[in-house]
Design a protein around this ligand. Structure first.
Ligand code: IMP
Length: 192
Protein backbone atom coordinates (compact mmCIF):
# COMPACT_ATOMS: atom_id res chain seq x y z
CA UNK A 1 0.00 0.00 0.00
CA UNK A 2 1.33 3.43 -0.95
CA UNK A 3 1.02 6.59 1.14
CA UNK A 4 2.30 9.94 -0.08
CA UNK A 5 3.83 12.38 2.38
CA UNK A 6 3.20 15.83 0.85
CA UNK A 7 6.71 17.13 1.44
CA UNK A 8 9.90 17.60 -0.56
CA UNK A 9 11.92 16.94 2.59
CA UNK A 10 13.55 13.51 2.08
CA UNK A 11 14.81 13.51 5.69
CA UNK A 12 11.24 13.70 7.07
CA UNK A 13 10.18 10.86 4.75
CA UNK A 14 13.12 8.61 5.69
CA UNK A 15 12.44 9.17 9.41
CA UNK A 16 8.79 8.15 9.10
CA UNK A 17 9.50 5.23 6.78
CA UNK A 18 11.43 3.57 9.61
CA UNK A 19 8.36 3.70 11.88
CA UNK A 20 5.72 2.51 9.45
CA UNK A 21 4.90 -1.17 8.83
CA UNK A 22 6.70 -2.72 5.84
CA UNK A 23 3.37 -3.12 4.04
CA UNK A 24 3.20 0.68 3.66
CA UNK A 25 5.47 2.37 1.15
CA UNK A 26 5.85 6.04 2.01
CA UNK A 27 6.60 8.27 -0.97
CA UNK A 28 7.72 11.91 -1.05
CA UNK A 29 6.51 14.48 -3.61
CA UNK A 30 9.80 14.02 -5.48
CA UNK A 31 9.17 10.25 -5.60
CA UNK A 32 5.88 10.83 -7.48
CA UNK A 33 7.39 13.45 -9.80
CA UNK A 34 5.64 16.40 -8.17
CA UNK A 35 8.20 19.19 -8.11
CA UNK A 36 5.79 22.07 -7.50
CA UNK A 37 5.96 24.14 -4.32
CA UNK A 38 2.51 23.95 -2.73
CA UNK A 39 1.82 27.44 -1.41
CA UNK A 40 1.10 27.57 2.31
CA UNK A 41 -1.54 30.31 2.24
CA UNK A 42 -3.50 29.15 5.31
CA UNK A 43 -3.89 31.14 8.52
CA UNK A 44 -3.43 28.14 10.81
CA UNK A 45 -1.44 24.91 10.96
CA UNK A 46 -4.72 23.08 10.34
CA UNK A 47 -5.45 25.05 7.17
CA UNK A 48 -1.94 24.65 5.77
CA UNK A 49 -1.74 20.91 6.35
CA UNK A 50 -5.17 20.50 4.70
CA UNK A 51 -4.20 22.73 1.73
CA UNK A 52 -1.15 20.55 1.05
CA UNK A 53 -2.98 17.24 1.51
CA UNK A 54 -5.92 18.43 -0.65
CA UNK A 55 -3.56 19.50 -3.44
CA UNK A 56 -2.12 15.98 -3.71
CA UNK A 57 -5.45 14.24 -3.17
CA UNK A 58 -7.11 16.31 -5.93
CA UNK A 59 -4.25 16.02 -8.38
CA UNK A 60 -3.33 12.34 -7.97
CA UNK A 61 -6.31 10.77 -6.16
CA UNK A 62 -3.97 8.83 -3.89
CA UNK A 63 -3.77 8.26 -0.14
CA UNK A 64 -1.62 11.02 1.30
CA UNK A 65 -0.96 13.25 4.26
CA UNK A 66 0.68 16.61 4.92
CA UNK A 67 2.15 18.26 8.00
CA UNK A 68 2.59 21.75 9.34
CA UNK A 69 4.33 22.71 12.59
CA UNK A 70 5.18 25.75 14.62
CA UNK A 71 6.08 27.28 17.97
CA UNK A 72 3.18 28.84 19.89
CA UNK A 73 3.91 31.24 22.79
CA UNK A 74 1.09 31.75 25.28
CA UNK A 75 1.82 35.44 26.05
CA UNK A 76 2.00 36.18 22.31
CA UNK A 77 -1.49 34.73 21.69
CA UNK A 78 -0.01 31.72 19.94
CA UNK A 79 2.53 33.59 17.77
CA UNK A 80 4.71 32.85 15.88
CA UNK A 81 2.52 29.78 15.21
CA UNK A 82 1.78 29.20 11.55
CA UNK A 83 4.30 31.97 10.71
CA UNK A 84 7.18 30.32 12.64
CA UNK A 85 9.51 30.04 9.65
CA UNK A 86 8.91 33.64 8.50
CA UNK A 87 8.21 35.43 11.79
CA UNK A 88 10.79 38.19 11.18
CA UNK A 89 10.37 38.35 7.38
CA UNK A 90 10.12 36.33 4.17
CA UNK A 91 13.74 35.15 4.05
CA UNK A 92 13.24 32.60 6.87
CA UNK A 93 16.12 33.96 8.97
CA UNK A 94 16.06 31.87 12.19
CA UNK A 95 18.39 34.21 14.08
CA UNK A 96 16.06 37.15 13.35
CA UNK A 97 13.00 35.01 14.23
CA UNK A 98 14.46 34.18 17.66
CA UNK A 99 15.43 37.82 18.29
CA UNK A 100 11.85 38.83 17.46
CA UNK A 101 10.38 36.30 19.93
CA UNK A 102 12.71 37.63 22.63
CA UNK A 103 11.90 41.23 21.90
CA UNK A 104 8.13 40.62 21.88
CA UNK A 105 8.43 38.82 25.23
CA UNK A 106 10.50 41.66 26.68
CA UNK A 107 12.11 39.67 29.54
CA UNK A 108 8.93 37.96 30.86
CA UNK A 109 9.75 35.25 33.44
CA UNK A 110 9.55 31.65 32.16
CA UNK A 111 7.12 32.31 29.31
CA UNK A 112 5.06 29.25 28.51
CA UNK A 113 5.20 27.92 24.94
CA UNK A 114 4.61 24.73 23.00
CA UNK A 115 5.47 23.22 19.67
CA UNK A 116 2.52 21.87 17.74
CA UNK A 117 2.26 19.70 14.62
CA UNK A 118 -0.86 19.02 12.60
CA UNK A 119 -1.13 16.15 10.11
CA UNK A 120 -4.00 16.12 7.62
CA UNK A 121 -4.48 12.57 6.38
CA UNK A 122 -6.41 10.86 3.55
CA UNK A 123 -6.17 7.13 4.13
CA UNK A 124 -8.29 4.14 3.11
CA UNK A 125 -11.35 6.21 2.16
CA UNK A 126 -11.36 8.36 5.31
CA UNK A 127 -9.82 11.68 6.34
CA UNK A 128 -8.28 12.64 9.66
CA UNK A 129 -6.78 15.70 11.36
CA UNK A 130 -4.12 14.62 13.88
CA UNK A 131 -2.12 16.79 16.26
CA UNK A 132 0.95 16.50 18.47
CA UNK A 133 2.04 19.00 21.10
CA UNK A 134 4.94 19.38 23.52
CA UNK A 135 4.87 22.04 26.25
CA UNK A 136 7.76 23.96 27.72
CA UNK A 137 9.21 27.42 28.32
CA UNK A 138 11.24 29.96 26.34
CA UNK A 139 14.68 30.97 27.64
CA UNK A 140 16.49 34.21 26.81
CA UNK A 141 19.79 32.71 25.65
CA UNK A 142 20.56 30.11 23.00
CA UNK A 143 21.76 26.77 24.38
CA UNK A 144 22.84 23.68 22.45
CA UNK A 145 23.82 22.89 18.90
CA UNK A 146 21.41 20.08 17.93
CA UNK A 147 18.04 20.31 16.24
CA UNK A 148 16.89 23.32 14.23
CA UNK A 149 14.59 26.34 14.34
CA UNK A 150 13.61 27.42 17.85
CA UNK A 151 15.17 24.35 19.54
CA UNK A 152 18.01 26.32 21.26
CA UNK A 153 15.53 28.53 23.18
CA UNK A 154 12.91 25.89 24.08
CA UNK A 155 13.12 23.87 27.33
CA UNK A 156 10.49 21.09 27.35
CA UNK A 157 8.46 20.60 30.56
CA UNK A 158 10.19 18.24 33.01
CA UNK A 159 13.68 18.94 31.60
CA UNK A 160 16.43 21.47 32.43
CA UNK A 161 17.97 21.49 28.96
CA UNK A 162 16.80 22.87 25.60
CA UNK A 163 15.72 20.65 22.71
CA UNK A 164 18.98 21.66 21.02
CA UNK A 165 20.92 20.24 24.01
CA UNK A 166 18.73 17.16 24.50
CA UNK A 167 19.03 15.96 20.88
CA UNK A 168 17.05 13.69 18.61
CA UNK A 169 16.52 10.77 21.02
CA UNK A 170 14.49 12.88 23.44
CA UNK A 171 12.71 14.77 20.64
CA UNK A 172 11.74 11.50 19.00
CA UNK A 173 10.06 10.40 22.23
CA UNK A 174 8.32 13.54 23.52
CA UNK A 175 8.35 15.86 20.50
CA UNK A 176 5.29 17.24 18.72
CA UNK A 177 6.00 15.40 15.43
CA UNK A 178 6.66 12.14 17.29
CA UNK A 179 3.27 12.37 19.02
CA UNK A 180 1.42 13.13 15.78
CA UNK A 181 3.32 10.28 14.11
CA UNK A 182 2.14 7.82 16.79
CA UNK A 183 -1.47 8.75 15.96
CA UNK A 184 -0.77 8.27 12.25
CA UNK A 185 0.73 4.86 12.97
CA UNK A 186 -2.40 3.78 14.84
CA UNK A 187 -4.58 4.69 11.85
CA UNK A 188 -2.30 2.95 9.39
CA UNK A 189 -2.13 -0.21 11.51
CA UNK A 190 -5.93 -0.30 11.99
CA UNK A 191 -6.40 -0.16 8.22
CA UNK A 192 -3.67 -2.59 7.11
P1 IMP B 1 7.59 22.80 9.39
O1 IMP B 1 6.11 22.92 9.25
O2 IMP B 1 8.02 21.48 9.97
O3 IMP B 1 8.33 23.15 8.15
O4 IMP B 1 8.00 23.91 10.49
C1 IMP B 1 7.79 25.30 10.28
C2 IMP B 1 8.70 26.11 11.20
O5 IMP B 1 8.32 25.88 12.58
C3 IMP B 1 10.17 25.74 11.12
O6 IMP B 1 10.81 26.47 10.12
C4 IMP B 1 10.67 26.15 12.51
O7 IMP B 1 10.92 27.53 12.58
C5 IMP B 1 9.48 25.84 13.40
N1 IMP B 1 9.58 24.46 13.94
C6 IMP B 1 8.80 23.41 13.61
N2 IMP B 1 9.18 22.30 14.27
C7 IMP B 1 10.24 22.66 15.01
C8 IMP B 1 11.08 21.94 15.90
O8 IMP B 1 10.95 20.73 16.13
N3 IMP B 1 12.06 22.65 16.49
C9 IMP B 1 12.25 23.97 16.29
N4 IMP B 1 11.52 24.68 15.45
C10 IMP B 1 10.50 24.04 14.83
Amino acid sequence: MKLIFATHNAHKVAELNQLLPKSIKLLSLNDIGCHEEIEETGKSLEENSKIKADFIRNKYGLDCFADDSGLEVELLDGAPGVYSARYAGPNKDMEANIQKVWSELDGETNPKAWFRTVFYVYFSGKEYELAGRVEGTIIFEKRGTGGFGYDPIFVPKGYQKTFAELGEDVKNKIGHRAIATQSLLKIVKQNC
